[in-house]
Design a protein around this ligand. Structure first.
Ligand code: DAH
Length: 365
């Protein structure tokens, strides 16, 4: 049996009067009903159900009541708090639903509205194409080399075993600069970068050289006085034609897709011996029923570029010992390769600045 409650204090227990508790409950319910959004309801919760709210304080006073009064007061306060909490939960649910509905309306996007966005351009297909080619070689551990567009005649021709009277000089129609005695040309090929590379660094050499070249060609669907080539040069010990074939097969597969074979046809270039033309398996007919194929004109193969084993005379001219080192080289048109890759039929598309062409073929995914 508990003894008399000596801490009974009539001032402290005032809030426990029935009317007070009801008033506190009603005030809470009115505030809850009046809260117009979740933010306002948060404050109402603090004021009327928080630790310092009248009902919470009243609850704490119950312990101070004489035992016979505790039960009734406890029930009264408990019911009031229960009613407040229930009202809070119900109001929260309503306000949350309202909030969600409002967000749906406010954030609705009318996908049928006309756009006023200015169309964006694209990088030029030759830029992205040259980068793609550079990536293929860099991923094999090669370096990228560059040379000037305005080149010494000696580097463009003589160093590559194309002496002044060599008949093959006429194979490339050259833009000469004046005065003629300076012996400077617009480079007709990227091959002079081979000579520059060998003259400035020691083997082992593994370089790819993409760049612009110039010839006095007509401007039509397959020719242009300015176009692009990529040159490859390897000089190392024990390099053979087999390494060249393997490299070009890999290049072709990365550039045009797996399964595009290459083949060599005997040819002649002064800077390589032996020399070959490299053909690609026609990517349209793949050599099957080629007679009807307009892309390869019944050949089953498409001419891609030139290549060969570096002529020892070129090695000597560029200060490399042909007793120790051998090498291979190749050169192909970048524009031409991209025409194959994308099915572009007119070379002039690359140079005429039609903004519809650029993003369509310059975007690599
Ligand atoms: N420079 C040659 C051309 O423009 C292409 C070429 C053929 C480059 C054979 C080479 C090569 O490096 O070995 O026609």
């Amino acid at each position: 049996m508990s003894g008399p409650n000596t801490e009974y204090d009539p001032v402290e227990v005032t809030p426990l009067q029935a009317e007070e508790v009801e008033a506190a409950r009603d005030a809470a319910l009115a505030a809850i009903a009046g809260a117009s959004d979740l933010e306002a309801l948060k404050q109402v919760r603090l004021d009327h159900a928080g630790d310092r709210s009248p009902l919470a304080l009243a609850n704490r006073e119950i312990g101070a009541l004489p035992p016979q009064a505790r039960k009734e007061a406890g029930q009264r306060v408990g019911q009031a708090r229960g009613a407040v909490n229930k009202a809070l939960a119900a109001r929260t649910e309503v306000l949350e639903a309202e909030h969600e509905e409002r967000m749906l309306i406010e954030e609705t996007v009318d996908v049928t509205l006309p756009t006023d966005r200015v169309p964006t351009g694209g990088r030029h297909p030759l830029t992205t194409g040259a980068e793609l080619i550079a990536d293929i070689f860099v991923s094999m551990g090669w370096e990228i080399a560059e040379g000037p567009l305005i080149e010494a005649e000696w580097l463009n021709f003589d160093a590559l075993n194309l002496g002044p009277d060599h008949p093959a000089r006429t194979m490339q129609d050259t833009f000469w600069t004046e005065p003629a005695e300076n012996h400077v040309v617009l480079r007709t090929q990227t091959s002079p970068v081979q000579a520059r590379t060998m003259l400035t660094r020691k083997p082992p050499i593994y370089v790819a050289c993409p760049g612009r070249v110039f010839r006095t060609d007509e401007y039509d669907a397959t020719h242009s006085p300015m176009f692009h080539q990529v040159e490859g040069l390897v000089v190392d010990e024990g390099i053979s034609m087999a390494h060249l074939k393997g490299t070009l097969d890999h290049f072709a597969a990365r550039m045009f897709g797996e399964g595009i074979d290459t083949r060599f046809r005997p040819s002649y270039f002064p800077f390589t011996e032996p020399s070959a033309e490299v053909d690609l398996r026609c990517f349209v007919c793949r050599g099957v029923d080629s007679d009807a194929c307009r892309t390869c004109r019944g050949e089953g193969w498409i001419e891609w570029g030139g290549c060969g084993v570096v002529n020892p005379r070129v090695l000597v001219a560029c200060g490399v010992d042909p007793e120790t080192y051998t090498g291979f080289a190749f050169g192909m048109g970048i524009d031409r390769s991209l025409m194959f890759r994308h099915g572009i039929t007119d070379l002039r598309s690359f140079f005429e600045g039609d903004v519809r062409f650029t993003p369509a073929f310059g975007t690599e995914l």
